[in-house]
Design a protein around this ligand. Structure first.
Ligand SMILES: *Cc1c(COP(=O)(O)O)cnc(C)c1O
Length: 230
């Protein structure tokens, strides 16, 4: 079941890359494994996937303990400052930075862990009130501020598009964040690059790929529906 799901997602990723005239290697598939048991992650790992995404610190650190060391772990959920210390050593990329204060804490913990932590700026393109992320208009200034911190490295942008029925409805959102990414890149800010565009989930990853996503975050299509009551 999981293997079939993964193969199906892979086929769809390839087809979207073909449609967009992009090479498959330009798109990184992150398997979003939140709420799922490590046995499920192990199945996907055995298929060669090395990028996993989690949205809760405690779950992330628990799974890091139990699974092979060559996994790249992505923190994709809202991150509280007092929890940064638990993931600073092992996280590969934090997708959800939307304030200077959070970046400042990541900087402190990165120094303690004697490393530089790659981060993305989360942008709330759709201006949904329920969502975290900085407004499009404020993103450049936030990048400038965070760029002064020497143990964090801004590598791009992330957005969570609205939960729509028809994926096509999110195309405009993906275009907007891609445009923003180009604008920020043109500012040529020291210590900032815009190589990563993290966008697209189960319902809309194909449109996201067509609009330039470099990292897609896919949970349900790989692992099945999540049961939050368990
Ligand atoms: C849960 C989650 C995903 C994956 O969602 P699916 O619709 O299950 O693919 C992607 N990104 C973030 C930030 C998430 O929290």
């Amino acid at each position: 079941m999981l293997v079939e799901n993964l193969n199906d997602v892979e086929e769809r990723v390839k087809a979207a890359c073909d449609r967009a005239g992009r090479d498959r290697t330009e798109v990184t598939l992150i398997a979003v494994s939140k709420t799922k048991p490590v046995s499920d992650l192990q199945v996907i790992y055995d298929q060669g996937v090395r990028e996993f995404g989690e949205n809760k610190v405690q779950e992330l650190t628990g799974k890091i303990e139990e699974l092979p060391k060559d996994i790249n772990w992505h923190m994709i959920g809202h991150l509280q400052r007092n929890k940064v210390k638990y993931i600073a050593k092992d996280v590969s990329l934090i997708h959800s930075v939307d304030s200077y204060r959070l970046a400042e804490e990541i900087n402190i913990q990165a120094k303690k862990a004697q490393r530089v932590i790659p981060i993305l700026i989360e942008v709330n393109v759709a201006k949904e009130e329920s969502k975290f992320g900085i407004a499009v208009e404020e993103a450049i200034e936030l990048c400038r501020d965070i760029a002064t911190l020497d143990a964090v490295k801004i590598c791009g942008l992330m957005t969570i598009a609205p939960n729509v029925v028809v994926a096509e409805e999110n195309r405009e959102i993906f275009r907007k964040i891609r445009d923003l990414s180009v604008d920020i890149d043109n500012e040529k800010i020291d210590n900032v690059n815009m190589s990563i565009l993290s966008m697209g989930m189960t319902n809309d990853f194909e449109v996201a790929i067509e609009e330039g996503a470099t990292h897609i975050r896919v949970g349900t299509a790989i692992f099945g529906e999540r049961n939050y009551k368990l």
